[in-house]
Design a protein around this ligand. Structure first.
Ligand SMILES: C[S@@+](CC[C@H](N)C(=O)[O-])C[C@H]1O[C@@H](n2cnc3c(N)ncnc32)[C@H](O)[C@@H]1O
Length: 492
């Protein structure tokens, strides 16, 4: 057996990230080493030779894709998304196309269950549609073309659809020819820098359980291409554990039928350079201290650049003019929050220039201080201003949940909590709040489920985020609230 060095596995990982977009964390390096060893043995020669000469060939990339892609899928997966599709998206897009045919795209279609489910959905609505489906794994596409499935693949298929469009043949279920021919499959690597189709060509794109395996740069590039390929007002569905936070600002978040999906905004998609102002797309993993540091840096640059043109060299500075140094007050505001000096914290932010005050992280900090200070109307206005520039800001939704609750609107509070929890699954506070709201409403089962989730998340929650959103309670106190709630089984 060939010995594979650690450095070769790391090199292999980098090449896979570049060529296929796939991300493998350190814990997966052992398994990746096994794949590399098998591929080197299949090609003959050394690992260095393989990495230098073979890995980039199309044939080799296909073999690697077969080895490394996760291909789990089934018909009508996350069926609530198909309810939203059939009841909202399809009728709306038919109206937008004035009755013309629709165009749908399934990205990362695996063995075909997803695009064939789409074909059944459009057929149920009596609509004509062109459905295309792309995947990088040739073995999966072969299965998709064969269109024969096990009963397991049909486990979520409504019985009327199963009997209408499948023929049982022993233990396999053959798909009806009219659904089969509604879908055109294509072997396509999504990480290639190639447009998905003509601008605005598609009405609905499903890209579910694909982005979660990609390195962030590739995920962002793929979403940008989807935005360009979708018609304004067109819809995008992701997997239920995926969201567009930190990936795109080109979509509006929709929440109906117990599921989340996205609608492309009317304006043309914009290319946003990472870190650009005023819509920074932050890295996915970030602590709030890091966010404050980055915002502070953005504000410092802004304060310097916006200051320069106003003052002729050598002329005295107007007394009320923001100074460059004043841009760097965010850390201080956070400190004041820690000391529960909320009014002083707000005043610290009041001295920022207009541009700096509109920075999303400044708005979030201001909204948190206002919520804590009990200035609910002002907090709500600030959150709304923040969501106008960053609709997928989980913190703003959580603060709005608190504002709604303090106005007695529990349904609105729960809705904002659910959005916050969806946008940031590691965010403990909306879970805790949902638990408390459910308990107050007498829904013990939901209260226990949300509290149990909050307990898990609180253990790992970023300390600065607890400071910002914890309502003056530290980690231990919040954990104690959850434990007390979970201990009061039956009474919840
Ligand atoms: C988990 S499956 C998702 C199937 C289906 N969308 C669903 O949600 O049920 C992920 C699919 O993405 C495909 N995939 C992974 N990387 C890809 C790439 N770079 N280009 C195209 N497809 C890719 C895999 O081959 C796999 O079939």
């Amino acid at each position: 057996m060939i010995a594979i060095e650690h450095s070769s596995i790391e090199h292999f990982r980098d090449l896979i990230a570049t060529r296929l977009g796939l991300y493998f964390e350190d814990a997966k390096l052992g398994a990746l080493g096994e794949v590399l060893r098998r591929r080197v043995e299949a090609r003959g020669g050394s690992a260095a030779d393989y990495l230098e000469r073979h890995v980039a060939s199309r044939a080799e990339l296909r073999a690697i894709a077969v080895e490394l892609t996760v291909t789990e899928t089934y018909f009508f997966r996350n069926v609530e998304q198909f309810h939203a599709l059939e009841e909202i998206c399809i009728p709306e897009r038919v109206a937008a196309r004035r009755g013309g045919d629709l165009a749908l795209l399934s990205l990362g279609c695996a063995s075909g269950e997803e695009p064939y489910s789409l074909a059944m959905s459009v057929r149920m609505r009596g609509v004509n549609a062109r459905i295309e489906a792309f995947d990088v794994n040739p073995n999966m596409l072969e299965k998709a073309e064969a269109a024969s499935y096990s009963s397991w693949a049909l486990r979520e298929t409504p019985s009327d659809r199963a009997s209408r469009w499948f023929d049982a043949d022993g233990r396999t279920f053959r798909l009806a020819a009219d659904i089969k021919k509604a879908v055109a499959f294509e072997e396509r690597n999504l990480s290639e820098a190639r447009e998905l189709g003509r601008a605005g060509a598609y009405d609905i794109v499903f890209c579910r359980n694909v982005l979660m395996y990609f390195v962030p740069e590739v995920a962002r590039a793929v979403v940008a291409r989807i935005a360009r390929a979708l018609a304004p007002g067109g819809y995008l569905f992701l997997g239920h554990a995926e969201n567009l936070r930190a990936l795109s600002h080109d979509f509006h978040l929709c929440h109906t039928h117990g599921t989340f999906y996205y609608q492309r905004l009317d304006q043309a998609p914009v290319e946003i350079a990472p870190g650009s102002y005023p819509l920074p797309i932050e890295p996915l993993t970030t602590t709030w201290v890091e966010a404050v540091e980055r915002a502070t840096e953005r504000i410092r640059v802004l304060a310097e650049t916006s200051h320069r043109p106003k003052t002729a060299p050598g002329s005295p500075r107007a007394p009320d003019e923001p100074t460059p140094a004043r841009g760097v007050e965010l850390g201080l505001a956070l400190e004041l929050m820690k000391d529960e000096r909320f009014g002083d914290g707000i005043q610290t932010l009041d001295v920022l220039s207009n541009d700096a005050a509109r920075d999303p992280d400044v708005l979030l900090l201001r909204a948190a201080l206002m919520t804590q200070a009990g200035r609910i109307d002002a907090a709500e206005r600030t959150c709304t201003e923040l969501l106008a520039v960053d609709e997928l800001n989980a913190g703003a939704h959580y603060l709005l949940a608190l504002c709604c609750e303090s106005r007695g609107d529990r349904a609105g509070a729960a809705e904002h909590d659910r959005v916050a929890a969806y946008l940031d699954p590691a965010f403990a506070m909306p879970r805790l709040h949902l638990g408390l709201l459910a308990r107050r409403a007498g829904d013990g089962e939901t209260a226990r489920r949300e509290m149990a989730q909050a307990l898990l998340l609180l253990e790992r929650e970023d300390a600065s985020r607890l400071l910002l959103f914890g309502g003056g309670f530290g980690r231990e106190a919040l954990l104690a609230i959850c434990r007390a709630e979970l201990g009061s089984e039956g009474r919840a």
